[in-house]
Design a protein around this ligand. Structure first.
Ligand code: SF4
Length: 317
């Protein structure tokens, strides 16, 4: 893997540059829901989303934030002799709760030793000034970095409607502009093989991430669980999933159009097989990743190779 370092800007390298050593994420699981599930925006959720939210390696949400962080931290410290950690509020929509309660949860994380960053995962339509101002206070008072992870999945607003996201591209742009005012790093989740998206959408995903100066991206392939709307559609053969080699080519295209400074957290997600209908073509995430690395090396390509479209492309310079 070492020789692949230059293919794209890896998250692990970014963390090492920023914190001077390896930094580990500690997942925090709050008792939450999502406005796209509890009736505020909708009741069914995104058509691919299963009841349990997105994190599957979490401790139960009946544990306090402190308990979850300490337990996970002890485990990782023993295993890797780690010294720095990110408290990762991962599951569901972590800003979709009353401000005072949100503050209490986040403050609990600041009391745990060796936390250098707090990462808050949420929806673009659940970002507001009050929550951001509070996070900024944490940054200033406690010297803890803040990052925000936003689920978007695609910039194709027709597809966003089809997957019942409950927001469009505009809310995402608005959230990014607000987060950027505070200088927090922002990470965006994208699914590169939604059945209604083609290669043009993949390129537009990369272009919009670059134009908005998104700091980090996390790529996923569609993950289909039983008893979800999309799972049932898949069982009824209402759409096809592109073959794995086409997914890999899409990832490469995405990287070629992505700004070279954007950090790439992953090229494909990991997910449990239990109750699933489709997970990563039955292959391991690392094998798919390794094959992408090999293809990129063979094709002599790299992140940002085609990033020539910003700053007045049509002008002679
Ligand atoms: S926004 Fe996230 S938690 Fe809510 S329904 Fe969609 S995928 Fe599930």
């Amino acid at each position: 893997m070492e020789g692949n370092k230059v293919l794209y800007k890896k998250y692990s390298d970014h963390l090492k540059d920023k914190y001077g050593e390896k930094v580990y994420k500690l997942p925090v699981n709050l008792p939450l829901t999502c406005p796209n599930r509890d009736g505020k925006l909708g009741t069914g959720g995104c058509t691919f989303c299963a009841e349990e939210g997105t994190g599957f390696e979490n401790l139960p949400n009946s544990y306090t934030v402190r308990q979850q962080l300490i337990e996970n931290k002890d485990l990782i410290t023993r295993k890797y002799k780690a010294k720095k950690y990110i408290a990762y509020f991962q599951n569901f929509t972590n800003t979709y709760l009353p401000l005072e309660l949100f503050k209490a949860y986040v403050l609990e994380a600041t009391e745990v030793e060796d936390i250098v960053e707090i990462a808050i995962s949420t929806r673009p339509d659940c970002i507001s000034e009050e929550y951001l101002a509070f996070l900024n206070e944490i940054k200033v008072k406690h010297g803890i970095e803040i990052s925000v992870e936003l689920g978007l999945q695609t910039v194709n607003y027709h597809s966003l409607k089809k997957i019942n996201r409950g927001h469009t591209l505009a809310e995402f742009i608005d959230a990014i502009m607000n987060i950027k005012k505070y200088g927090f790093e922002v990470c965006t989740h994208l699914i590169l093989n939604l059945p209604w998206d083609n290669e043009d959408d993949v390129i537009e995903n990369a272009k919009i991430m670059s134009a908005l100066k998104i700091d980090q991206v996390k790529l996923h392939a569609l993950y289909l669980m039983k008893d979800t709307v999309m799972g049932t559609m898949y069982e009824n053969k209402e759409f096809d999933i592109i073959p794995v080699d086409v997914y890999q080519d899409r990832v490469i295209t995405f990287l070629e159009y992505l700004h070279p400074d954007t950090v790439v957290q992953r090229l494909i997600g990991r997910a449990p097989e239990e109750n699933s209908l489709f997970v990563n073509w039955g292959m391991s995430w690392w094998k798919i990743t390794e094959e992408i690395h090999n293809k990129m090396t063979k094709e002599n390509t790299y992140q940002g190779k085609k990033m020539n479209y910003l700053g007045g492309k049509a002008l002679d310079k």
